[in-house]
Design a protein around this ligand. Structure first.
Ligand code: FEO
Length: 395
């Protein structure tokens, strides 16, 4: 087992590594997950967050390498979601007199509801002396639950950021500069896209709230600790939280007898011909969370489905439900709905309606094709894509 790791003098990583978890509520975690918790060895032994309940043994073993868990006096619960709070009941068994702090009122109420425990509430600007150090708290509601907060230790210049700046990336390495940089930033973006994306304004507020802090380490509750690329990840968050779009297209489809697929390929080629980078996904062969990663900052999103029993394909419906929950309203995002049918164009029409509920800008009516697209239809598709791009360039 990986030992506890001292990330700064007297500050230890004591989390859990979930090497084989492959799904977090439908988000495909192909690199696994870590549940980071941090132990501060001060006059009051302090724990920042805990770990998922199934990792309690591993978590307690790591704490025990540093200190007897019964010595813990303070537990900071930055977030109640159970990947971070799940081991609080275990900590309470070892250290029944430890005081647990959470944001007020949401964190306090949620912890009581989860575990029936007594919790002290803290708010933005509150501080807590633990000896040589004083912790301060910044509430970051809806990044991504009502209770979220971050904890700052000025003496060590560490921001314990919980979910913010996290990555689902299981590794024995604890720091950003110890792993492949491309993979690190890919996982950070995938995490943002699939967890935080709907809450950009709230995440912007969180960025502003911590902007004036001197930060040497950002210690999130998932993945690697940021020490060498702090400015880079904050710059990324500035772009992501303000929904900046890139001039690129993502085309996602499922197909029965290749008519909708043929349309999807023609649309993809049309974007490429106009100098717009495009990515084509077969929905049934691709994880939704990977498509969202690409779609998050794409100007153009085209989704296609044929018609099956008067509906769009269930694969497409499932993906659109996932996307609708995540995609924020962005009037600059341009959508296209397309697809084939035999006797009634109901599948592609449902796709169009789903994109409407996502509040996409839909400059063209739904593009439908009875049976098999011919050359004239393919030419029409190319012209439609060209027209949409031209309208956007002139806007
Ligand atoms: Fe990592 Fe919102 O829990």
């Amino acid at each position: 087992m990986l030992n506890a790791i001292e990330i700064s003098p007297d500050v230890w990583w004591v989390g859990g590594i979930d090497w084989n978890e492959r799904s977090f509520h439908g988000y495909a975690t192909e690199r696994g997950i870590t549940y980071n918790a941090y132990l501060i060895m001060d006059e009051k032994v302090t724990l920042i967050d805990t770990a998922k309940a199934t990792f309690s043994d591993e978590f307690i073993q790591r704490i025990s390498q540093v200190v007897d868990p019964s010595k813990i006096e303070v537990v900071i619960a930055n977030h109640v979601e159970m990947d971070h709070s799940g081991s609080i009941p275990v900590i309470q068994k070892y250290a029944p007199n430890a005081t647990i702090y959470a944001s007020a009122p949401a964190g306090v109420n949620e912890l009581r509801a989860h575990f029936g425990i007594e919790v002290e509430g803290v708010k933005t600007g509150d501080t807590l002396s633990i000896g040589k150090r004083t912790l301060s708290f910044v509430q970051t509601p809806m990044v991504h639950w009502p209770d979220n907060m971050v904890t700052y230790c000025a003496e060590d210049q560490i921001l314990f950021s919980n979910d913010c700046f996290g990555q689902h990336f299981a590794t024995t390495k604890r720091f950003d500069d110890e792993v492949d940089r491309c993979e690190l930033f890919r996982q950070a973006k995938k995490y943002y896209a699939n967890i935080v994306l709907p809450y950009g304004p709230q995440a912007q507020n969180a960025l502003k709230a911590v902007a004036g802090l001197d930060i040497r380490l950002i210690a999130p509750s998932h993945g690697c600790i940021w020490r060498s690329y702090i400015a880079d990840i904050i710059e990324k968050y500035q772009a992501w939280t303000t929904y900046q779009l890139e001039e690129k297209a993502v085309i996602a489809f499922d197909s029965m007898w290749h008519s909708t697929e043929h349309m999807a390929r023609e649309i993809t080629d049309a974007f490429i011909a106009e100098g717009i980078p495009a990515t084509l996904y077969d929905i049934k062969a691709t994880e939704s969370s990977d498509m969202i990663l690409e779609m998050m900052d794409a100007r153009y999103i085209a989704v296609g489905s044929p018609t099956l029993n008067s509906n769009m394909l269930p694969t497409v419906a499932g993906f659109l439900a996932y996307m609708r929950g995540l995609m924020p309203r962005n009037p600059e995002r341009i959508g296209l709905a397309f697809g084939s049918y035999g006797w009634a164009p109901l599948g592609p029409k449902q796709v169009y309606e789903a994109l409407e509920t996502c509040k996409f800008n839909l400059p063209e009516p739904v593009i439908t094709q009875q049976w098999i697209p011919d050359e004239a239809k393919l030419t029409e598709l190319q012209e439609t894509v060209r027209r949409v791009i031209e309208q956007n360039r002139q806007a």
